[in-house]
Design a protein around this ligand. Structure first.
Ligand code: MLT
Length: 203
């Protein structure tokens, strides 16, 4: 694990909500930029790289070889990510309360985990192929929080049951959630991105 922060900032219209890009396993601080640009063309964009390495692939928390997750590490890395978001938004003079998270897979998972387990500044998220890593320990009040979440019915990583549980946890916490289920796997498609775009237009 490195102590350095790897982040990338792409300026935009400062009057628009900044977008925080959280990559999937093997991504980095800027690999979601084409997707972020498609969804939020004029918005300022910030990417933060996860500091865990899985055989050279960047992640936000440790996954063991048997596929199980290191929940202690998840907690620790969530604290690190939330602190880093605070530091980086200050550094680039971004309003952390307006932040819209754009998370894919591992990045979406840590964002959803953070919402259900910690106080967070960000309240809006596009969660692409998220899963629930562990059921939350306590009930949080997420009223005023909004998410658009996608699921693929032939995804070998996220089961429908797991995805539905995550959506229920968010909804039980009073978050407003729009779910998009599609015939696809654990990758991004034009169809889901267009659905995300329509949701974003109504924010
Ligand atoms: C995770 O590890 O967060 C999930 O298995 C998704 C992934 O990154 O493959």
């Amino acid at each position: 694990m490195t102590t350095d922060i790897h982040s990338a900032f792409f300026p935009g219209n400062p009057d628009l909500a900044p977008v925080l890009m959280l990559h999937g396993t093997g991504g980095d601080e800027s690999d979601l930029l084409p997707i972020a640009t498609f969804l939020f063309p004029e918005h300022p964009k910030l990417g933060i790289r996860g500091r865990v390495s899985e055989n050279g692939s960047n992640r936000y928390f440790i996954r063991h070889e048997d596929g199980s997750f290191d929940l202690e590490n998840l907690k620790q890395e969530t604290d690190w990510l939330l602190n880093t978001i605070e530091k980086e938004t200050q550094c680039y003079q971004l309003d952390a309360k307006q932040l819209i998270v754009l998370g894919f897979s591992n990045g979406a998972n840590i964002a959803a985990y953070a919402w259900l387990n910690q106080p967070t500044t960000f309240k809006t998220a596009v969660l692409l192929h998220p899963m629930m890593i562990t059921p939350p320990q306590q009930t949080r009040n997420l009223s005023g929080y909004r998410a658009f979440a996608t699921y693929g019915d032939v995804d070998p990583i996220v089961s429908e049951d797991n995805f539905d549980q995550l959506m229920s946890q968010l909804q039980n916490a009073q978050a407003s959630v729009e779910v998009f289920k599609n015939h696809q796997s654990h990758h991004l498609t034009q169809t889901e991105l267009m659905a995300a775009q329509s949701w974003i237009k109504n924010l």
